[in-house]
Design a binder for this molecule. Structure first.
Ligand code: DX5
Length: 236
């Protein structure tokens, strides 16, 4: 059993799979269904081969929910967008270390604007990028797909990488370090969330699994219950 047993599991639906014509309604519905974060995927058609949403959309959904907005920047360069998202109401901002020339400075910039800061690891990106900035991390996001699209299949080799990240974070905490959330994004479903949590994740992003399974009344209570039940089998 991993050391994060008995900790609450955070579920963060990715609005990339939501109905953009009704985004305010959609985020209110996932909050009402008990999700913990709104996951906000930002793509610039440069760092990744897709183009999605920016600070204006973050500002538009902010008044609709109380829960934190978790902004994942798949952009290059990174720094200029940080003050804009902080002003737009983001609570957490994560970025890819390969997209910043000065990772330590970019993490500090996020914290200087009052947000939690984090690094994102593509499937092939080594975890060692975090070794010299652990003190500036509030979140580590492991991508279990190559970033750029929702609805892709979970890459199984993420599981041993998750265990390694969990060990790094727990060892750091055991030596007096601050808590660091361990998030996974890409292909998370009711069928695999149990093994993902058992491998060490405490925060799970789910896009198509949530927005692809609305209740008859348009809410998301059913799928949120199903995800939490499946995770409970992993002892959380
Ligand atoms: C992919 C994004 C993920 C994605 C998750 O680049 O970073 O957050 O939207 O969507 P699903 O759960 O459908 O894989």
């Amino acid at each position: 059993m991993t050391s994060q047993a008995n900790k609450t599991l955070r579920i963060a639906p990715s609005i990339l799979s939501a109905d953009f014509a009704r985004l305010g309604e959609e985020v209110r519905a996932i909050e009402a269904a008990g999700c913990d974060l709104v996951h906000f995927d930002v793509m610039d058609n440069h760092y990744v081969p897709n183009l999605t949403i920016g600070p204006l959309v973050c500002e538009a959904i902010r008044p609709h929910v109380q829960i934190p907005i978790d902004v994942h920047l798949m952009v290059e360069p990174v720094d200029a967008l940080i003050p804009m998202f902080a002003k737009a109401g983001a609570n957490i901002i994560t970025f890819h270390p390969e997209a910043s020339r000065h990772v330590d400075r970019t993490l500090q910039l996020i914290r200087d604007h009052g947000c939690k800061a984090g690094l994102v690891f593509n499937p092939a990106t080594p975890l060692e990028w975090m070794d010299h900035v652990m003190d500036k991390l509030d979140m580590v996001l492991l991508m279990s797909v190559n970033p750029g699209f929702g609805g892709q299949s979970f890459i199984e080799s993420t599981l041993p990488k998750l265990r390694a990240a969990r060990k790094k974070i727990d060892d750091y905490a055991a030596n007096g370090g601050q808590p660091i959330w361990l998030e996974v994004a890409g292909g998370v479903k009711t069928g695999n969330i149990g093994k993902i949590v058992a491998a060490g994740a405490d925060t799970c992003v789910a896009g198509s699994a949530v927005f692809g399974a609305p209740d008859p009344d348009g809410g998301y209570h059913g799928v949120m219950r199903a995800l939490r039940t499946a995770a409970r089998w992993a002892g959380v």
